[in-house]
Design a protein around this ligand. Structure first.
Ligand code: BDP
Length: 319
């Protein structure tokens, strides 16, 4: 009897020791991409810093569905976390739209100066109120247009069928430039180029390389029209499952993974540029961007009129 009780107690102690929370993490990018590498870094740090109590299960390459669907899955608890672009994130938290205004941030350094400061904090609070815990701000890069035919000046974009993300801002942007916006999920863009359904798309250079778009649309017009962060986000429900100590560990691992990602990103932008040049990509500088600024001004001005982020935007534009 004593033996039986002892083994029962031992069993209880052991099951407590190995009680684990598994967090399902959505990611659209493939192996070797800076986001994926940073998520792997996050996973191993979480595992180590929680002594194995929290495990991260990564689902890379968008295998669980495309981005707009994944944002919803965060709400319906089908995934616990993910690395998201802010364009589809705006479906559930419209305030993030302030960060995707064309020509808001000049470059990554400028962006993180503000995302690691008051602006980032205010958006984090907004997301938290909507049930989303920000674990880190990743670099979404600088997005430019690329086309099947040469494109060197804004008017070359007129009449072009341009793939955009499912985002009202992106749709309006292309319309303001005189193009024809076509909403297509990220993973289907290469086929759309092959099938002749689109003439152009817009993205950062690492994605231009990783998706193989560089082989299909060799003319890049370096507009850098959107420089925006991406977010490593966890649902409030998943957060609530963690003990206070594990919450601290997970948050810390998230922040560290973001710093790791930003470093990898800078190197990747350069290597993607070189890979594309080798493939025969022709890069056209944006040159005098004032035409683009003027055309896209409504996205700024009309938005700001209705927004309560006027002070923050003013700070970003002047600092
Ligand atoms: C990539 C982003 C990814 C977006 C994708 C897109 O990292 O989150 O889904 O662009 O254009 O650069 O859909």
């Amino acid at each position: 009897m004593q033996k039986f009780i002892a083994s029962l107690l031992l069993g209880m102690v052991c099951s407590q020791a190995i009680a684990q929370v598994e967090l399902k993490v959505w990611n659209i990018h493939p192996e070797g991409y800076p986001v994926t590498e940073a998520l792997e870094n996050f996973a191993s740090k979480v595992q180590a810093q929680t002594q194995g109590r929290v495990r991260i299960k990564l689902f890379n390459n968008g295998v669980l569905g495309d981005q707009p669907k994944a944002v919803q899955m965060l709400k319906t608890r089908e995934v616990d976390a993910g690395e998201f672009n802010l364009a589809p994130m705006a479906d559930i938290v419209p305030e993030v739209n302030v960060l995707t205004r064309p020509f808001l941030f000049r470059d990554s350094q400028h962006m993180f100066q503000h995302m690691d400061g008051a602006l980032g904090k205010r958006i984090e609070d907004k997301l938290r109120k909507a049930g989303i815990v920000v674990l880190g701000w990743y670099d979404g890069g600088a997005r430019s247009f690329y086309c099947v035919k040469p494109v060197r000046v804004p008017k070359d974009l007129m009449g072009q069928r341009i793939r955009v993300q499912q985002s009202q801002t992106a749709i309006s942007m292309v319309k303001l430039l005189g193009g024809d916006p076509v909403v297509i999920p990220f993973k289907e863009v290469a086929d759309a180029f092959r099938d002749g359904k689109i003439d152009c798309a817009e993205n950062n250079l690492p994605s231009y390389e990783s998706t193989g778009h560089m082989k299909l649309a060799k003319y890049v017009y370096l507009t850098n029209h959107t420089v925006a962060p991406e977010v490593l986000a966890l649902s409030q429900q998943a957060w609530a499952k963690l003990s206070p100590a594990d919450q601290t560990a997970v948050m810390d691992a998230g922040r560290q993974s973001a710093l790791f990602m930003r470093e990898r990103w800078t190197a990747k932008v350069e290597s993607a540029r070189q890979a594309a040049t080798k493939q025969g990509t022709q890069f056209a500088p944006a040159g005098d961007a004032s035409v683009l600024y003027k055309r896209l001004a409504p996205l700024f001005n009309d938005y700001l009129k209705k927004s309560d982020y006027q002070t923050e935007v003013f700070m970003v534009l002047t600092q």
